[in-house]
Design a protein around this ligand. Structure first.
Ligand SMILES: NC(=O)c1ccc[n+]([C@@H]2O[C@H](COP(=O)([O-])OP(=O)(O)OC[C@H]3O[C@@H](n4cnc5c(N)ncnc54)[C@H](OP(=O)(O)O)[C@@H]3O)[C@@H](O)[C@H]2O)c1
Length: 319
């Protein structure tokens, strides 16, 4: 049985971009990142009480985990929590590829346990889910969740874990104003009715909803996210303008409002944090209130943008 309940923060911290080299325009995000800058991000986050860090082996093939492990060295292990993932597509051909991938993550992160371990996608639910059971029993993994699984796959994973006395303790899916498939497919209702936390990733659509990128100032050229989003930026202007104007009334900015929207919908956003001042935005987001009119207007503008931001690694969520 799981030892203690998973404590759910209001927001979690994402580190996919930390897997890039840090050079402008290079890698998935192409943001400029330095070790000193990321240490400042962590210090600000911890001072504000945000201490759950999400990463994965495949974010820069080990780089995100290694950089995060290095940055978190400055804290006692009890002062933060780690969320990382088993990615089926990167599995080795050993006897237990899940245990092996976990061992590598533990080494890179400089720890002997992971607070929340995920199966990254539903490549083969019946094959991979059982591998979580010995990891839970050994205590190397405290809690488990599934990411990018649709409802029937979540139920299968839960059944497999349930037979061993465990359960799916968290869900992690793409969920933003522009991509509400988990809501439409009933996954968020499922989570709510069972008290399972729903973690939302890409709430800011990798920066496209942050309001600072526009056709005149596009996402960093050469990065993968630029390829996905730059062509959509003209259609997103009405929405990002609205996010900014709602924020202005409460001394907040567009990304804070997009984050507050996800919180208001019952999700725990995992926000990709690349700059220290983004933590101030998370503080504002967690203390904002959005009216039901604000929410309805934002969702109508998001629908009117008529863009599909489903990631290349994602499948349809509808059963
Ligand atoms: N399970 C999965 O399959 C999966 C998939 C995707 C992501 N994730 C997780 O979810 C996390 C979040 O997703 P993401 O990082 O891809 O995208 P995101 O959170 O939608 O966007 C992150 C980007 O938005 C910009 N940003 C963030 N806060 C901002 C602020 N306050 N003001 C202005 N700009 C801001 C930054 O861009 P700049 O650097 O350009 O400033 C940052 O790189 C990931 O880091 C990862 O941990 C999981």
């Amino acid at each position: 049985m799981t030892i203690d309940n998973l404590k759910i923060p209001t927001v979690a911290l994402g580190t996919w971009a930390w897997g890039d080299s840090g050079e402008t325009g290079e890698g998935y995000f192409g943001s400029q990142l330095t070790q000193a800058g990321l240490e400042e991000v962590a210090d600000k986050a911890h001072a504000a009480g945000f201490t759950l860090w999400d990463t994965a082996l495949v974010y820069g093939m080990g780089r995100s985990e290694a950089v995060l492990g290095e940055v978190l060295k400055r804290y006692a292990r009890d002062d933060y929590r780690l969320s990382t993932k088993f990615t089926p597509q990167a599995a080795a051909t050993s006897d237990d590829p899940v245990a092996d991938m976990l061992e590598q993550s533990l080494a890179r992160l400089g720890t002997d346990y992971i607070d929340l371990y995920w199966i990254h996608n539903p490549a083969d639910v019946a094959r991979w889910t059982p591998h979580l059971i010995p990891l839970l029993r050994s205590g190397k993994v405290k809690h488990v969740g599934v990411s990018n699984h649709k409802l029937s796959e979540i139920e299968l994973a839960n059944q497999i874990l349930g037979e061993a006395g465990f359960r799916v303790e968290a869900i992690q899916n793409h969920y933003s104003l522009l991509y509400r498939s988990s809501e439409d497919a009933g996954i968020m209702d499922y989570c709510r009715s069972r008290g399972i936390p729903f973690f939302a990733y890409m709430v800011l659509e990798q920066g496209a909803l942050a309001g600072k990128y526009s056709p005149e100032n596009p996402l960093p050229e050469g990065s993968s996210r630029a390829e996905t989003y730059n062509g959509m930026l003209p259609q997103l202007k009405a929405l990002t303008d609205k996010l900014a104007s709602i924020g202005q009334k409460q001394g907040a900015a567009a990304p804070d409002v997009a984050t507050a929207w996800a919180i208001a919908k019952g999700a725990t956003p995992i926000i990709g944090v690349t700059k220290p001042n983004y933590i101030d935005g998370l503080v504002r987001a967690t203390s904002m209130t959005l009216s039901s009119d604000d929410i309805a207007e934002l969702e109508a503008l998001a629908d009117a943008a008529n863009v599909n931001t489903r990631g290349w690694w994602e499948k349809e969520m509808q059963v």
